[in-house]
Design a protein around this ligand. Structure first.
Ligand code: ADP
Ligand code: ZN
Ligand code: ZN
Length: 726
C-alpha cells in the first residue's frame, strides 16, 4: 500500500499547501493538526490526503499532533474557503484561518468552559406541590425558577440552589437549557400585511437555490418577514444563517430574534464576543446544535450541517466587505454559499446596492417588495431641504431647524441631530497664516478633541498636545474650524438650556457596553436631544423621536468615490427612518447647499427606484462597477516612487498576457493614493478594469503567479478584488 501524506493549509503568506507525513497519526481531511514549520510549530488544516510519490525523499517532516478540539471541517466549508481563496487571490491557508475562530488558529488545544446553562420551571405550582411547605429555602429557589436562572444566580438564592435544581431537573420538573436559549414567553407572531404575506409565502416555499431581494422601505416589517420565514425553516429541522451589518444594532435585533424563538438555541457571532464565546457558539453551529446563527460578516463561513436559509439584512451596508487581509464581500460569498448548499438566500434593504439592483432587474434575483410601513397608520417622514447660507446659520444650524427643534422639545419629543462625519472633522487652524495642525505620519489633518484637549489623527492614531501658538507665525490665536459633534453639543447646550443632550459617536461609546448603556438611556426617555453620527443611523427604533436634523449631508455629493451618492442615499434614508416610526408623522430637515441636485429631487420623491435606475445607467455609460469588474492593487513603500515602480511591474504581468485575455481589459496607469502618506509610508494604487467578472478572473488566474514571483525589497502590495473603496 502506498503511504499517504497530508497536504496542510497554513496561515503563512505563501500561496501553497505544505506536505507532511502522517507519522503515527490517524488523520482525515478537514482536521486541525499541529506541524513543524521551520523552527516553529503551526496550526493548520488538512485539506487533502495524497499518495506519497517519494519526491520529498527524507526531507518530509511529520505531523506533530492532531487536535480534537475542533471536529473535522466539513468538505463544504473547505470548498467555500477554496472558492474564496481563488476568487480573492488570497492564500488558502490564510483564507481558512480567517474563517476559523482565533482559538483554532493557535497551537494549544482549546478547552471549552463548561457550557453555561440556565434552569427554568415552566410550571412552578407543580414544582411547589412536590416540596414540603416547611422547606422554606427550597420553596424560595423553586419560586425563583419562574424566570430562567443561571447557576450563579441560583447559588445567590441559596447555597444548595443548583444541587436542588439539578435534582428537580432529573425528576422532570425543571428544564435545563443553554444560556443562549430564550425560555420565557415568545413575542407574538404578528398578523402580516399583504406584502409581507406574499414575501413569507414565497420565501418559506423556496427550497433549492434562489436569491431574493426583499426591497422594503424602512419600517415596512422586513424583520417580521425574516422571523416568520425562519420559523418555517426551523420547523423543517433546518438551520438559518442571518448576517447583519457590523454597526451596533446587534443587541436590539438579537433581542427580537431571541424573544420570538423560545427554546431555540441561537448562536451569535460578532466582535462583541470574546474568543471563547465565539469559539463555543461556532462549535454549536458546526455540531448542528445552534438552529439560528446571527452574526456579522465573519459568520458567513460558519459551518452549518443543515443550513436551510441565508438572510442578509441591510445588504447594501459597506461593513459586509472586509477591508483588510482577506478582502471578501460577505454578501457575495453568502450568495455563492447559498448556491453551493442549494438553499434560498434573501437580501433585505430599503436602498439596495446597485450591484444587487442590477441582479434583480436582470432577473437573477427575485424582487419581493414591501412598499408600505408595517405599523398601521405610520407614514414615511416628511423631508425638507434647508439652505445653508453663512449669514443664515446660528452655530451651524438653520433658523428653521432651530425653531422646529424648539417645537418638538416643547411637545416632549426627542430630537436627533445627525452629523454626516465622513470626510469632515474639526481641525485647528491659525487665523493669521492659515496653518493647520497636520499629522507627521500621514497626509491628513489632525482632528481636534476638545474634551481631552488633544489632537488626534483618525488614520494612524497619532496624538499631540494642542499647540499654544502657531508653529509657523507664532500667532497665539488658534481656532477650531468645522463643526464636530463636541462643538455642536456645546452650542446646543446654550440654545436649549435644561434639555438633556446625549452625544453618541465612536468617542463617547468607545468602551465595551457603553453604547448599550447609552441606548438604554435613550429608550428610557432620559435624553431630549441626541447628537449622532453613522452609528445612530441604523436599526434603532426610538419611540418618541419625530424630528431629525441632518447637517453636512453634502459631503457625500461630488466625491471622488463613485459610490458616495449611493451611500448617502442609504444613509439619509436610514436616518429618516428613525423618525416617526409610530403613529406620529416624522419630519427630516436636511441642511444643504445643493438643493437643486438631482440627488435631492430623488430623495424628496421618497422612491429609491428612480435614483437606482439613474445610477445604474450612469454606471453603464461610464463602465463603472457593477457594469464592469474591477481589481485594485495597492502598494506601499517608504517612498511613493518605489510603490509606483512595483505597480508598474505588476501591470507588466498583465500587459504580457495573450491577446485573447487582454480583450476587454483596461490597463490604467498606477497613481498615487488619495492620501499618499499614511502612518509613515507612501501609497499608490493601480486599477485594472474588465468588462465582467469572468474576464477579470481569467486574467487574474493567468497573471497572479507572475505577480507573486516579483521580488521587492522595500515595497509591498496587496490585491483587492471588487474593491469598495477606491
Ligand atoms: P424594517 O426592518 O423593514 O425597517 P421592522 O421589521 O423593524 O421594519 O418593523 C417596523 C415596525 O413595524 C416594528 O415595530 C414591527 O414590530 C412592526 N411590524 C412589523 N410587521 C407588522 C405587522 N404585520 N403588523 C403590525 N406591525 C408590524
Ligand atoms: Zn500662523
Ligand atoms: Zn496619522
Amino acid at each position: 500500500m502506498t503511504e499517504l501524506l497530508a497536504q496542510v493549509a497554513l496561515d503563512v503568506p505563501l500561496n501553497r499547501v505544505f506536505d507532511y507525513s502522517l507519522g503515527q497519526h490517524q488523520v482525515v481531511v478537514g482536521q486541525r493538526v499541529i506541524v513543524p514549520f521551520g523552527p516553529r510549530q503551526l496550526s493548520g488544516i488538512v485539506v487533502a490526503l495524497v499518495a506519497n510519490d517519494g519526491q520529498h525523499g527524507q526531507k518530509l517532516r511529520s505531523i506533530l499532533a492532531v487536535r480534537d478540539d475542533l471536529p473535522a471541517l466539513p468538505s463544504t466549508t473547505l470548498a467555500l474557503c477554496q472558492f474564496v481563496a481563488d476568487y480573492y487571490h488570497h492564500p488558502l491557508g490564510a483564507a481558512i484561518a480567517s474563517a476559523l475562530p482565533t482559538v483554532f488558529r493557535a497551537v494549544p488545544a482549546f478547552k471549552p468552559p463548561a457550557p453555561a446553562v440556565v434552569y427554568f420551571a415552566a410550571d412552578v405550582p407543580r414544582l411547589l406541590a412536590q416540596l414540603s411547605s416547611r422547606a422554606h429555602a427550597q420553596v424560595r429557589v423553586a419560586q425563583a425558577l419562574a424566570q430562567p436562572q443561571s447557576a450563579a444566580a441560583l447559588r445567590r438564592v441559596h447555597a444548595q440552589g443548583v444541587v436542588w435544581a439539578k435534582r428537580w431537573a432529573e425528576a422532570g420538573w425543571v428544564t435545563v437549557a443553554a444560556e443562549s436559549t430564550q425560555l420565557a414567553a415568545a413575542s407574538p407572531t404578528l398578523p402580516l400585511n399583504a406584502g409581507q404575506q406574499a414575501a413569507v409565502s414565497v420565501l418559506s416555499a423556496a427550497r433549492d437555490f434562489a436569491a431574493f431581494l426583499l426591497y422594503g422601505i424602512t419600517g415596512s416589517g422586513k424583520t417580521e418577514v425574516y422571523l416568520q420565514t425562519i420559523a418555517a425553516v426551523l420547523a423543517r429541522g433546518e438551520q438559518a444563517l442571518v448576517l447583519i451589518p457590523e454597526i451596533n444594532l446587534t443587541p436590539q435585533l438579537e433581542g427580537r430574534f431571541r424573544a420570538r424563538f423560545p427554546g431555540v438555541h441561537m448562536a451569535s457571532l460578532h466582535s462583541g464576543l470574546n474568543d471563547t464565546e465565539r469559539a463555543c457558539n461556532w462549535l454549536a453551529a458546526l455540531r448542528g446544535e445552534a438552529q439560528i446563527v446571527l452574526g456579522t460578516r465573519l459568520a458567513v463561513f460558519t459551518p452549518m450541517p443543515t443550513l436551510g436559509l441565508i438572510v442578509i439584512d441591510e445588504e447594501h451596508d459597506p461593513s459586509f466587505k472586509q477591508q483588510e487581509g482577506l478582502r471578501y464581500s460577505a454578501r457575495d460569498v453568502a450568495v455563492y454559499r447559498a448556491r453551493q448548499a442549494q438553499v434560498p438566500i434573501v437580501l433585505g434593504s430599503a436602498t439596495p446596492s446597485i450591484e444587487t439592483w442590477a441582479n434583480a432587474r436582470a432577473g437573477r434575483y427575485t424582487t419581493l417588495a414591501l412598499p408600505e410601513r408595517a405599523v398601521p397608520g405610520a407614514v414615511l417622514p416628511k423631508i425638507t431641504l434647508l439652505p445653508v447660507k453663512k449669514a443664515g446659520l446660528i452655530d451651524g444650524l438653520n433658523r428653521m431647524a432651530l425653531a422646529a427643534m424648539h417645537a418638538a422639545l416643547a411637545r416632549d419629543e426627542q430630537v436627533l441631530v445627525f452629523i454626516n462625519r465622513r470626510g469632515y472633522s474639526p481641525v485647528l487652524q491659525c487665523g493669521e497664516c492659515g496653518w493647520m495642525a497636520a499629522c507627521p505620519h500621514c497626509s491628513a489633518r489632525l482632528v481636534l478633541h476638545l474634551r481631552d484637549r488633544r489632537l488626534r489623527c483618525h488614520h494612524c492614531g497619532h496624538e499631540a498636545q494642542i499647540d499654544a501658538s502657531c508653529p509657523d507665525c507664532g500667532n497665539q490665536d488658534l481656532k477650531p474650524v468645522g463643526q464636530g459633534t463636541q462643538r455642536l453639543e456645546d452650542a446646543l447646550a446654550v440654545h436649549f438650556p435644561g434639555k438633556r443632550i446625549l452625544r453618541i459617536d465612536r468617542d463617547s461609546t468607545r468602551r465595551k457596553g457603553e453604547l448599550d448603556a447609552v441606548l438604554a438611556q435613550v429608550h428610557a426617555g432620559e435624553a431630549d436631544i441626541l447628537i449622532g453620527t453613522q452609528m445612530l443611523a441604523k436599526g434603532h427604533d426610538f419611540a418618541r423621536l419625530n424630528l431629525v436634523v441632518v447637517l453636512n449631508a453634502d459631503t457625500g455629493l461630488y466625491s471622488v468615490d463613485f459610490r458616495a451618492e449611493e451611500r448617502l442615499f442609504a444613509l439619509l434614508t436610514q436616518v429618516a427612518g428613525r423618525a416617526g416610526r409610530r403613529e406620529t408623522p416624522g419630519e427630516v430637515m436636511i441642511q444643504t447647499a445643493f438643493a437643486d441636485h438631482p440627488f435631492y429631487h430623488q430623495l424628496l420623491g421618497r422612491d429609491y427606484a428612480p435614483f437606482a435606475e439613474r445610477t445604474w445607467r450612469e454606471r453603464q455609460e461610464l463602465a463603472l462597477p457593477p457594469a464592469a469588474a474591477w481589481v485594485l492593487f495597492r502598494a506601499e513603500a517608504p517612498q511613493a516612487e518605489e510603490a509606483l515602480a512595483l505597480l508598474q511591474q505588476i501591470r507588466a504581468c498583465f500587459a504580457g498576457l495573450p491577446a485573447q485575455l487582454l480583450d476587454g481589459l483596461t490597463l490604467n496607469q498606477p497613481v498615487l493614493a488619495t492620501m499618499v502618506k499614511k502612518a509613515g509610508v507612501e501609497r499608490a494604487q493601480w486599477l485594472l478594469s474588465a468588462a465582467n467578472k469572468n474576464q477579470l478572473q481569467r486574467a487574474l488566474h493567468q497573471a497572479m503567479p507572475f505577480v507573486e514571483a516579483i521580488q521587492t525589497a522595500r515595497a509591498r502590495w496587496i490585491v483587492d478584488v471588487d474593491p469598495l473603496e477606491v
